[in-house]
Design a protein around this ligand. Structure first.
Ligand SMILES: *[C@@H]1O[C@H](CO)[C@@H](O)[C@H](O)[C@H]1NC(C)=O
Ligand SMILES: *[C@@H]1O[C@H](CO)[C@@H](O)[C@H](O)[C@H]1NC(C)=O
Ligand SMILES: *[C@@H]1O[C@H](CO)[C@@H](O)[C@H](O)[C@H]1NC(C)=O
Ligand SMILES: *[C@@H]1O[C@H](CO)[C@@H](O)[C@H](O)[C@H]1NC(C)=O
Ligand SMILES: *[C@@H]1O[C@H](CO)[C@@H](O)[C@H](O)[C@H]1NC(C)=O
Ligand SMILES: CC(=O)N[C@H]1CO[C@H](CO)[C@@H](O)[C@@H]1O
Length: 525
């Protein structure tokens, strides 16, 4: 360090340090290339040579704050900074961090490496693939640390298959991963892991058991495992989970967690249109206690966590009561996976908070959500702001009701919201246009980043009190590095002046523009 720098005043030194830091980490920070498709806001277009990115963001020095703003009018993680003030101030609305009120800790955020996502990513040139993966997994991007991996096919596949389609193969001698795993998902997961400075937390979910293990002899429609818990079909289906872990571990991919299966209620519905395996809470409980729990405990992967439900929160707390009140099943279980569909008719306090208070030692975790799934509003809407607000609202509500993480659905879809063999098309945070070798980052991508990039694993939610009534949707966390993060969503048309108060440090005057999401980070003294 030069003598000249030693004699600088403190603010000047900080400026130099910040300039050096941003030069070293700016990465792709060329700004969004906005495209307006008439859906309320813009999508940002990226190619193999250009993509916007917030860069790596550390915690600000004591006494300073950073802000990041995304808005309907077109701001995308726009950075601001300043000094935390002290003394008295004037805004009518004060949001005060109550650091003594402590709640759940964050596990992580991410998306799903479906067959469709993998196909779409690989349809791009290698340079564009790399840009896309960096957007999600690198320190310059959204910093996802969770990836959900479907076990065999789901609707977002181009064919129906499981890993054990040889009839009556109860020993699973013919168990084999699919070309979709070996040629697409696994190489992409390895590349994602290489870009991420932290170990990715992989989460596996199965849609259907092999047809020959099921009452209906098909992967789709209404059907359950043949026989009863403890019987041959149930044991084989549990061993299939362990075989899956074996095969992925050969590629250096180990799983943080597995669910008991995607949307078990789907497989109880007559003529359900894509892959499903039906369980009631009672049959799920018995399969876990007699088959799946012991199989994982006795495998080479006894630390793999098990999440029940993996279905709509509307089913809580009943589902959790049935499964977790059974000590034989409960001892194998770590968490409860929730999907966001129908959240509007399932109040968060009656479902999530009630379940948390009944079973505080089992964490709640969001395992699936997507926009564009409702038949009347189906598929891709490039630049939709309404969908971004739906994401931000649901994530904030979940976090304020004990949920420890949130997993988006497909990491990438094509311009038609697929491929999906069952034509169950949807929207995604990243939409690929392979004909132009580009991808679009949707407003939902930035909303995910407002949470995934700043709420690092281990961050603990704290209370927030309001000096006046507000409809702002707010959540606050203290991170492991001791900095505090507050996220503020305004779904109305008006700009809101407010102050963030941290009694130990000072206040930050701020404004929440109409239709925006703002993240504020500061370091307490
Ligand atoms: C990528 O997009 C930028 C901005 O639109 C453009 O200038 C550049 O030529 C594109 N690169 C390629 C390889 O097409
Ligand atoms: C407020 O800031 C001034 C100037 O930095 C400092 O001297 C003073 O101690 C601070 N007061 C409080 C209450 O932190
Ligand atoms: C199943 O595996 C056995 C033993 O490895 C092999 O002989 C047989 O051909 C396989 N069957 C099918 C249908 O793949
Ligand atoms: C797995 O990781 C080990 C150690 O890092 C390495 O030696 C090995 O080549 C890797 N195997 C595969 C299949 O990637
Ligand atoms: C289910 O599908 C079968 C065969 O297509 C049809 O006959 C039956 O009516 C369907 N049931 C319901 C409830 O839709
Ligand atoms: C969620 C929401 O609409 N929040 C607020 C945004 O700002 C305006 C102006 O103060 C409020 O009226 C809204 O309630």
């Amino acid at each position: 360090m030069s003598d000249g720098r030693m004699t600088m005043t403190r603010p000047a030194l900080l400026c130099v340090l910040l300039a050096v830091a941003s030069a070293a980490t700016a990465g792709d920070d060329d700004g969004c290339v906005p495209r307006n498709f008439g859906h309320g806001s813009v999508a940002c277009e990226c190619n193999s040579t250009r993509c916007d990115s917030p860069g790596a963001v550390g915690s600000p020095p004591v006494g300073r704050f950073l802000t990041f703003l995304t808005s309907r009018e077109g701001k995308r993680l726009e950075k601001g900074q300043g000094f935390v003030r002290n003394g008295t101030a004037g805004a009518a609305l004060k949001l005060t961090v109550e650091a003594s009120q402590k709640y759940q800790r964050i596990r992580g955020f991410g998306g799903a490496m479906t067959d469709a996502a993998a196909m779409n990513i690989l349809s791009l040139s290698v340079g564009a693939q790399d840009k896309l993966l960096r957007q999600y997994f690198s320190p310059e991007g959204a910093e996802y640390n969770v990836v959900r991996v479907p076990m065999a096919s789901c609707d977002f596949s181009t064919r129906l298959y499981t890993y054990a389609d040889t009839p009556e193969d109860f020993q699973l001698l013919n168990f084999t991963l699919a070309p979709e795993d070996l040629q697409m998902k696994i190489p992409l997961l390895q590349r994602a892991q290489a870009l991420s400075p932290r170990p990715l937390s992989l989460l596996a979910s199965a849609w259907s058991a092999p047809a020959w293990l099921k009452t209906n002899g098909a992967l789709i429609g209404k059907g359950t495992l043949k026989g009863v818990a403890g019987g041959k079909a149930h044991k084989t289906w549990a061993n299939y989970y362990v075989r899956f872990l074996d095969e992925y571990s050969k590629h250096n991919l180990t799983f943080w967690a597995m669910t008991t299966g995607n949307e078990p209620t789907a497989g109880m519905m007559t003529n359900y249109s894509f892959q499903a395996l039906g369980f009631t809470p009672e049959t799920q409980r018995d399969w876990v206690s007699l088959d799946l729990g012991p199989a994982i405990a006795l495998s080479k992967y006894p630390k793999t966590q098990l999440l029940i439900l993996d279905d709509q929160r509307l089913l809580l707390p009943h589902w959790a009561r049935v499964v977790l009140n059974d000590i034989h099943a409960a001892r194998y279980i770590h968490g409860i996976g929730v999907h966001w569909y129908f959240d509007r008719i399932a109040p968060a306090d009656l479902t999530l908070s009630t379940t948390h208070h009944l079973f505080p030692e089992y964490y709640l975790f969001g395992t699936e959500a997507c926009a564009g799934w409702i038949p009347l509003d189906r598929g891709v809407k490039l630049g939709s702001w309404d969908r971004a607000e739906e994401y931000a609202h649901d994530i904030t509500e979940d976090l304020n009701h004990y949920v420890t993480g949130w997993t988006d659905w497909n990491l990438a879809l094509d311009m038609g919201g697929g491929p999906n063999w069952a034509k169950n098309f949807a929207d995604s945070t990243i939409i690929v246009d392979k004909t132009r070798d580009i991808f679009y980052k949707q407003p939902t991508f930035y909303v995910m980043t407002h949470f995934s990039k700043f709420l690092l694993e281990g961050s603990q939610r704290v209370g927030v009190s309001f000096s006046a009534h507000t409809d702002l949707e707010v959540t606050a966390f203290i991170r492991p590095d001791k900095s505090t993060v507050m996220t503020v969503l305004n779904r109305s048309d008006r700009d809101v002046q407010f102050e963030v108060w941290d009694p130990a440090t000072g206040y930050i005057p701020s404004v929440s523009p109409g239709h925006s999401i703002l993240t504020v980070i500061w370091q307490a003294q």
